[in-house]
Design a protein around this ligand. Structure first.
Ligand SMILES: [Ca+2]
Length: 301
């Protein structure tokens, strides 16, 4: 296999695609496939967004291939695991015809490149996918990294909210602040799979009830509260957490109870006082990454 610019050895891609791919020999249900790609490669299950990408992925592995799209057959609504809506669908027949719809259905690509709906619990082969030029900034520091974005996360212990802020700050990090659907979709999945506990979000309405403010940076307007929240139950819920009772969507919650702390930092800012990288990692990515994420996360004033 010829090396592809921007892809690690053993991975493949093409000039027109913005991702790298690797066919794996594992055979798993949807959940297992997602964990496999993340654990092994900080990657996701390949999910085609164009016809070109669809046929490219199809040729990487013989037999049926499970792809990283889930949805609801009754509604014919499909979503990528990065939280984005699916625009391309190439079903071999109308998914409405299937009668085994559950809350979550999965999609398998057949040898003719066409898709069929299946239960997510059916084991299938799959392909892992990651961004072109992906660099693992985070795991050398003991952090984990968003597969699509240059954000590093670090899990700490269980703290009151104020102590959570202090604990992250003491490490030169921010508290978790998912400000886009893409960040939220990943974090919700990660919490369910790897943390299995309620996790603070750096968002509070301490100063003015119902006016939620991020711990720092701009407000994208993104919120992921669960059904019925924020409700300020008991009149003392001014902090926010990923909550098991909300299926790990957000719940406004009292600041004076403990939840697990996850801190975050932009990958290019992990050069802070506590986490010195060696020079080459910084120099490789700093210009592009910092400009992009800077636009998104930092105040302009
Ligand atoms: Ca609440």
């Amino acid at each position: 296999m010829l090396p592809i610019a921007g892809c690690s050895p053993g991975w493949t891609g093409s000039a027109s695609l913005t991702s790298c791919y690797i066919a794996v020999s594992a055979y798993k249900d949807m959940n297992g496939a997602k964990k496999y790609c993340f654990d092994e490669y900080n990657a996701t299950v390949a999910a085609p967004k164009t016809e070109t990408e669809n046929s490219f992925i199809s040729k990487l592995k013989s037999g049926d291939i499970r792809i990283g799209i889930y949805g609801n057959t009754y509604q014919n609504v499909w979503e990528y695991y990065d939280g984005n809506d699916v625009n391309l669908t190439v079903f071999s027949s109308s998914p409405f015809c299937r009668d085994y719809s559950t809350i979550e259905d999965c999609i398998t690509m057949q040898h003719d490149d066409k898709w069929k709906v299946e239960s997510c619990s059916t084991g299938r082969g799959f392909v892992c996918q990651k961004r072109l030029n992906f660099i693992d900034h985070c795991s050398p520091l003991g952090f984990f990294q968003h597969p699509y974005q240059d954000i590093c996360y670090k899990k700490l212990g269980s703290e009151y909210y104020d102590d959570a802020l202090n604990a992250c700050e003491a490490e030169g990090l921010d508290i978790l602040m998912p400000k886009t659907e893409e960040e939220h979709a990943f974090m919700k999945w990660y919490i369910i799979e790897y943390i299995n506990d309620n996790v603070w979000v750096g968002l509070t309405d301490i100063d003015q009830e119902r006016t939620f403010v991020w711990n720092n940076g701009i407000d994208t307007g993104f919120r992921a509260f669960g059904y019925g929240d924020p409700n300020n139950a008991g009149g003392d819920q001014h902090c926010v957490r990923y909550d098991s009772i909300s299926s790990y969507n957000w719940n406004d919650w009292t600041c004076n109870l403990r939840s697990t702390v996850v801190c975050q930092t932009l990958a290019c800012q992990t050069l802070g006082k506590n986490y010195q990288y060696n020079d080459w990692t910084c120099n490789l990515r700093s210009t592009v990454v910092c400009q992009t994420l800077g636009m998104k996360y930092q105040d302009n004033d």
